[in-house]
Design a protein around this ligand. Sequence first.
Ligand SMILES: [Zn+2]
Length: 396
Amino acid sequence: MQINKMKFGKIKKVLLGAGLSSLLAASMSSQAHTPMNKVPNFDEFSEWVHDWEKFDTLYANEALDVLDMHLHPGSYDKLGPKGKEFVKSVFPIDLPDSLKIPLLRFFSSFQLNPYGAFIGIKNECRRAAANNCILFATYAPETWGIEPNEDLLGYLDDDRNTFNDMPFFYGLASINVADWDRDKVSNLSNLEAALSHPRIVGIKLAFAHTLTPFDDPRYFDIYKLAQKYNKPVYHHVGTSPLRKVSEFEEDQLPFVMRTFDPMYLEEAVKQFPQVKFILGHAGNDANHEGYSKIEEVFYLAEKYENAYIEISALGSERNDPNGEIMDGVLKRAKNSNILNKVIYGSDGPGSPGKTKSYKELVLESMQRVDLSFDEAQQVMAGNARRIFGIPAPSQN
Ligand SMILES: [Zn+2]
């Protein structure tokens, strides 16, 4: 297929005509929590969002600064086998793989590309009025695949990584934990090299995806590096949308729990009081199997100064249609006085337009539980700027 050589106008037509992009997009989101029930109007997606275009987020009639800490770059080819199977299985049209795969490849090259035209991550972040976004590296070879630190550093060093003359993207580096005993020295040094980059602001780990136990001290070397470089550690907490607990045998359960239940992280949180641990998705029950770990996440965040909560995936249309889970999390954080430890992220890009619409759902939840402007501002950007050391944008 000579698809790469098509002109942009034609590409737009293809997107419109096929109506596929949305579905693919939904399927490529890391939580896959954004199935599309309607096809977006692609006329709304300009090729590039320019710096001079102004997008505001109003809360209580004041303009909010927004920093989205959770975006996944990638491509179809970098997905792991489970991820590839998954996106093929949700492909809307019954086509042979020989046609499906090039189409998936084509759409992901726009959508999961930080600098992709129309629906690329930077365009989507800017339309969501985010002043900065954080991109994740990923090493989950079986599931979502590998987005290596080297590629992440390339995005951060790209000339297009600017917004009003400041960097737009920052990054969380990651580390391959497969074959740990054999490869740990070289993998730790790869992580260390990434951590020396000025725009790498933390470490991202997904033990539910890699089936790595939180309480296995062999992995604590990662926290030693976090401490040395003073970088927060983001852990995916709660089950993986690609590995249902019900797929495991009964006798494997005790092991699997150690990969997603944050109680098994307590020892690390205690042993490394100088390392900030960000508990991702607030322990959300990704597959609605009765394994919500929100209670445990609050236990840690209320007890330990260095435990933080990130709220992506909660409150999404699929996961939490009335926003009750999100309301509960925000209300509880307010009542227990830990809103200064709650951090916004979208887990995007999701389907086109989703980075923005997810943010709007979160703001609606904040309004329902009566957060003040200052409280909302802490969650939407202030806390992340403080703990990652990301400067606020200049006001123009
Ligand atoms: Zn994610």
